[in-house]
Design a protein around this ligand. Structure first.
Ligand code: NAD
Length: 254
């Protein structure tokens, strides 16, 4: 990642944070775009001048555009757009689905990815190169594995990835997504050494249940996913576009 520049949404926590750290360890520089200002600023202070934080709500087009602009004004280029920010969707079944909750889920998980691609693509087109990576989920591959709204949103991210890959291939831009299994991050309140809203006993049980879902026998870790993102961002993946890279300890294989 030497000399490369990234925008990483949802970079203040979990998968995004670990990807920021790994990207910088490999010699890159990154804009951390998130709504968690305190956590994002703290992370960037720790990492030094190769990381810059920007408050960015990924559902708001002007804020996504500003995050991309900050990368370009800071370091003159954009090599990786990691559209990763997310949160659990509304849990309801369709018959009792709150329409606003459905729309909010689609905005944070799908509109956000479209906006990230929309604003990264012109910069990468000018360069003639770039990699876009979107965070989908095994939930987007297996109906019924999680709540409907989340599953549908992640499935849309996979299709959006493929459509964008076809649209942008002629500009030297590769677009791929990752499908994580169950990863120990704060998103669903799980623990495994990370901050959680759940009490320790409940978190431990959630962690055990999650481990049992993966044939490999453990929960996923943020670094498992970060390594996949770095691969897709790397020139070694120069012939890879339009794929959904599943990193799930064998969950989706069963
Ligand atoms: P996380 O909660 O640790 O990180 C998510 C980050 O996204 C947080 O920093 C949060 O502030 C940020 N975010 C939420 N809404 C935002 C918004 N509107 N604008 C900007 N930032 C926003 O969780 P994570 O597990 O690291 O999640 C990262 C991605 O991975 C998400 O898209 C999630 O759906 C996906 N994912 C997670 C798992 C898992 O088991 N953890 C599995 C599959 C996919």
């Amino acid at each position: 990642m030497q000399g490369k520049v990234a925008v990483i949404t949802g970079g203040a926590s979990g998968i995004g944070k670990r990807t920021v750290e790994r990207f910088l360890e490999e010699g890159g520089r990154a804009v951390v775009a998130d709504i968690q200002d305190a956590a994002g600023e703290r992370l960037c202070e720790t990492l030094g001048p190769a990381a810059r934080f920007v408050h960015c709500d990924v559902t708001r087009e002007e804020e996504v555009a500003a995050a991309v602009a900050l990368a370009e004004s800071s370091w003159g280029r954009l090599d990786l757009m990691f559209n990763n920010a997310g949160r659990p969707g509304v849990p309801d079944p369709i018959e009792t689905m709150p329409t606003e909750g459905w729309d909010a889920t689609m905005a944070v998980l799908v509109r956000s990815v479209m906006l990230g691609i929309k604003h990264a693509a012109p910069v990468m087109t000018r360069q003639g190169s770039g990699a876009i990576v979107n965070t989908a989920s095994v939930a987007g591959l297996i109906p019924g594995s999680t709540a409907t709204a989340y599953s549908v949103a992640k499935s849309a991210v996979i299709q959006l990835t493929k459509c964008a890959a076809l649209e942008l291939a002629g500009h030297g831009i590769r677009v791929n997504c990752i499908c994580p299994g169950v990863i120990a991050t704060p998103i669903f309140g799980r623990s495994a050494g990370l901050p959680t809203q759940l009490d320790a006993k409940v978190a431990e049980e959630a962690s055990r249940n999650a481990a049992a879902m993966h044939p490999i026998g453990r929960e996923g870790r943020a670094e498992d996913i970060a390594e996949g993102v770095l691969y897709l961002a790397d020139d070694r993946a120069g012939f890879v576009t339009g794929i959904a890279l599943t990193i799930d300890g064998g969950l989706a294989a069963g």
